[in-house]
Design a protein around this ligand. Structure first.
Ligand code: ADP
Ligand code: MG
Length: 149
């Protein structure tokens, strides 16, 4: 069920929304971030990470499935599972360093990891709306978005 639908008109707006949702997160929470390439997933995670106290630059994971950033009260994990064919063929420990107590995790392209990530607290689905406009849907763990690509 959709909890809230927002439209942003620039990257700063999407970062602000990320910061806003970060304020409601707790230690151990997982946030699934869905949407096409360039829809603003990483931008939203950047805003959330900043709000949680991350000062390092937040960039897309390229050489690994994720990054971990130290923040004052928690480690912020940022995973991008785009290149993973399916977590069922991967070492179960693959995600262990990124999820769980002491961490708040944001996961881009989570469809490949449904089992591991089924306890997500929040699901965010972004879509292009022309130019710099983005539609951002916040939902609970079970199908916040009508599109499950
Ligand atoms: P993704 O992680 O979904 O591939 P990114 O966050 O890496 O997307 O990139 C989104 C791109 O779109 C960035 O270049 C960003 O500056 C641009 N952009 C333009 N308008 C917006 C907006 N309203 N929200 C988020 N990003 C936007
Ligand atoms: Mg990204």
């Amino acid at each position: 069920m959709a909890l809230r639908i927002v439209e942003t008109s620039d990257p700063a707006g999407t970062e602000s929304l990320g910061a806003e949702l970060a304020a409601g997160l707790r230690d151990g929470d997982v946030v699934l971030v869905r949407g096409e390439l360039g829809s603003g997933k990483t931008t939203l995670v950047r805003g959330a990470a900043r709000a949680l106290g991350v000062t390092d630059p937040v960039t897309s994971p390229t050489f690994s499935i994720g990054h971990r950033y130290r923040a004052p009260h928690v480690t912020v994990s940022h995973l991008d599972l785009y290149r993973l064919a399916g977590l069922e063929h991967e070492d179960p420990a693959l995600l262990a360093d990124y999820l769980g107590p002491g961490r708040i995790a944001f996961v881009e392209w989570p469809s490949q990891g449904d089992d591991e990530l089924s306890n997500a607290r929040l699901q965010v689905t972004l879509s292009h709306r022309g130019g710099d406009r983005r539609r951002i849907e916040l939902g609970d763990e079970r199908g916040g978005g009508e599109s499950d690509e």
